[in-house]
Design a protein around this ligand. Structure first.
Ligand SMILES: Cc1ncc(COP(=O)(O)O)c(C=O)c1O
Length: 389
């Protein structure tokens, strides 16, 4: 048994709920309107404008947004969809919900954990329907190269931007272009450990009217009218015109999302500052390797602070950090190595992903992490690695 403290002194993620968050939610609860309604519509409009697309469809999670995006892309039985393995299982599961097969592409390398466009291209077959790159940890994949592949081979692009609200790349003329705006659909998560933490929730963004209409319809059982349409007297009856789901968001969470969203940019700025502090603290420390470059940090949402250590010491590194210093860490298992995936699709070899997944651990990163607490984490990490090397 691993004697992990329930409340680590320094958790890997943490959130602060402000009085304005509580007030906003209380107001909705008092209003008595608890499903999707005006607050959901308001945050959908603000989020779409922020990403620079015409539509945002709020959903019960990013997983359900990805499922709707796969349906809208026409993924069905016999289709292949290229995905990274360094992700949460939801990315690949969304393909399987549609009867498709996820095909895992390797990542670029230990310095950049994004999916490798060259490897993607080598995996394209006549069965390939779509590509779902993941902006892992909030860092952009080589999105222009992937857009170009999708155009050349006639594939749908779905961005898994679960980690990446407020992250961008420099587009034409150097103007920022938000991640999530490149694909036919972009999917975001509002899960509590994410940069825009609300609870369960997510959204699909798109510039495509048809995709937005499909996502809206299927989010609510394929019904032609929602509860708020009926409440407003805009509909007295409804038809069901497709096989939909209950993937709805609701107004109490929309209110919380709105107040938190308005603080997002400031919080991302602080995350970037903390990541730069970590990077310079470990820069001359040979036993720790940090992916990405300083320039990439400035455009990232800095969701995770990943450090790579010798795979031979990673388990003890994580155990000592929590047991001796109260510092929590997390890891991502490679999706293609998960039991359910090996059982369904057999062994797949992805050397870069396997090397990274064996050596990577995320250390604490959240906007209200103080400089002094971060210094304590830095000292604990250095001392732990030195003690094990
Ligand atoms: C890359 C990625 N995609 C999708 C998801 C699924 O998000 P949700 O929990 O909102 O369904 C996650 C959640 O951890 C994730 O990390």
């Amino acid at each position: 048994m691993n004697p992990l403290p329930v409340h680590p002194r320094t958790p890997v993620f943490d959130i602060v709920i402000e009085q304005e968050d509580l007030d906003a939610v209380a107001e909705v609860l008092r209003s008595g309107w608890l499903t999707m309604g005006p607050r959901t519509e308001a945050i959908e409009a603000e989020f779409a404008a922020h990403i620079g697309v015409r539509h945002c469809v709020a959903t019960s999670s990013c997983t359900t947004a990805l499922h709707l995006a796969c349906i809208a892309a026409g993924v069905g039985p016999g289709d292949e969809v290229i995905v990274p393995s360094l992700t949460f299982v939801a990315t690949a599961n969304a393909v399987r919900y549609c009867g498709g097969q996820p095909i895992f592409a390797d990542l670029i390398g230990s310095h950049d954990l994004g999916i490798d466009p060259d490897h993607i291209e080598s995996l394209i077959t006549p069965k390939t329907k779509a590509i779902i790159p993941v902006h892992y940890a909030g860092y952009a994949v080589p999105i222009e190269a992937i857009v170009e592949l999708c155009e050349r081979y006639g594939l749908a692009l779905i961005e898994d931007a679960a980690h990446a609200p407020d992250a961008y790349v420099e587009g034409a003329g150097g103007a920022p272009r938000m991640l999530g705006s490149f694909g036919a659909s972009g999917c975001f998560s509002f899960f509590p450990n994410k940069v825009l933490a609300v609870g369960e929730g997510g959204c699909l963004v798109t510039d495509d009217d048809q995709i937005a209409a499909t996502a809206r319809l299927l989010r609510s059982q394929g019904m032609t009218a929602t509860s708020i349409d009926k409440q407003r007297g805009e509909a007295f009856a409804y038809d069901v015109v497709g096989l939909g789901f209950n993937y709805r968001f609701d107004d109490p969470r929309a209110a919380l999302l709105m107040t938190r969203f308005r603080r997002l940019h400031g919080e991302i700025e602080r995350r970037r500052e903390l990541v730069h502090r970590y990077r310079s603290a470990f820069a001359d420390f040979d036993a720790i390797d940090i992916p990405y470059s300083d320039e990439q940090v400035d455009r990232s949402s800095c969701y995770l602070m990943g450090v790579r250590v010798d795979p031979a010491i990673r388990r003890d590194f994580r155990a000592r950090l929590i047991e001796r210093h109260g510092v929590q860490t997390t890891i991502y298992p490679a999706t293609h190595r998960l039991s359910a995936y090996v059982e369904a699709f057999g062994e797949v070899s992805l050397p870069q992903t396997e090397a990274v997944c064996a050596s990577l651990a995320s250390i604490p990163l959240f906007p209200h992490l103080s400089d002094s607490e971060q210094d304590r984490v830095i000292a604990a990490v250095k001392q732990t690695v030195e003690g094990l090397s």
